[in-house]
Design a protein. Structure first.
Length: 284
């Protein structure tokens, strides 16, 4: 039976202050799901969607933790529950008792700071929503590389059997944003690498992802700068949709014909965010 649902956004953002409580010197239960444990008993999540390499902010975070400790508990599941869900990850989990769901960077920084123990909140029920937790945390704390974010979105859609619109609602993004990110997963390996290296913008990579594999291979074969080429080998831009604006009524009908429902929702959101024009100002 599933336990009480947890608000992912609250878990990712709420700072809990334990300054008035004495810091335990050994493993101690603070509540039914919160406890202080030796840091060596907690494993980093081997499926955490983070880029490999140095984190420029990790040293700064470690220094803060060295001075003040880890104020916000790590959200974890038991290693037993984790390995039941992901049995191929037994080696990286090792002999740890717990695996982090929220707080991988804090655990890494706590290790770098030399802490001996950390406060954790245990919630095995949330192992089934692990990728969704990652997206919420990463969206609010440190932006993921686009491809890793797309991979996490794909995992949520597959595991939870939900629509893209529902995923967008859950993680605070637009449906269009989800659609555009998922298009990156259709890139061939060479173009994925180009995106990761910064040789492609996300927008162009998204457009390329919608092309047939043969067209993507032709783009790679033509070399940098990566462009879509017509049959005669002449570089051309990926087709851009246009609308007629001869009158408000014509423009509205043209927009309805040009964009799908999800794109219209995003267009309305973007237009609503624009500042209102100042019609009273005189032109120079």
């Amino acid at each position: 039976m599933m336990g009480k649902r947890v608000n992912f956004a609250d878990l990712a953002t709420d700072d809990l202050d334990y300054s008035e409580q004495p810091r335990p010197q050994s493993v101690a239960t603070l509540s039914s799901s919160m406890r202080v444990v030796p840091i060596g008993t907690v494993a980093l999540n081997p499926l955490n969607k983070r880029p490999h390499g140095e984190d420029d902010e990790l040293a700064e975070l470690a220094e803060t933790i060295r001075e003040h400790g880890v104020i916000q508990p790590l959200v974890v599941c038991s290693a037993v529950a984790y390995l039941a869900k992901f049995p191929t990850k037994r080696e990286p989990v090792g002999n740890a008792q717990w695996v982090v769901l929220i707080g991988n960077r804090r655990l890494r920084a706590a290790r770098a700071a030399g802490l001996g123990e950390v406060t954790i909140v245990v919630n095995d029920d949330q192992i089934t929503s692990m990728y969704e937790l990652m997206l919420v945390e990463n969206g609010q704390r440190k932006e993921l590389p686009a491809l890793l974010e797309a991979e996490a979105m794909s995992e949520v859609l597959k595991d939870a059997s939900i629509s893209q619109r529902e995923l967008a609602r859950r993680i605070g993004k637009s449906a269009m944003y989800i659609t555009q990110r998922l298009a990156l997963l259709k890139l061939i390996p060479e173009l994925r690498t180009a995106l990761e290296r910064g040789e492609l913008t996300i927008e162009r990579a998204r457009q390329f992802g919608e092309l047939p594999v043969a067209d993507q291979e032709a783009i790679v074969a033509a070399g940098k700068p990566y462009r879509h080429r017509a049959g005669n080998g002449v570089a051309r831009r990926v087709p851009v949709r246009s609308i007629r604006v001869s009158s408000p009524a014509v423009a509205a009908e043209s927009i309805r014909r040009t964009f799908n429902d999800e794109e219209l929702v995003e267009l309305i959101r973007l237009l609503s965010a624009l500042p209102s024009p100042s019609f009273g100002e005189e032109r120079a």
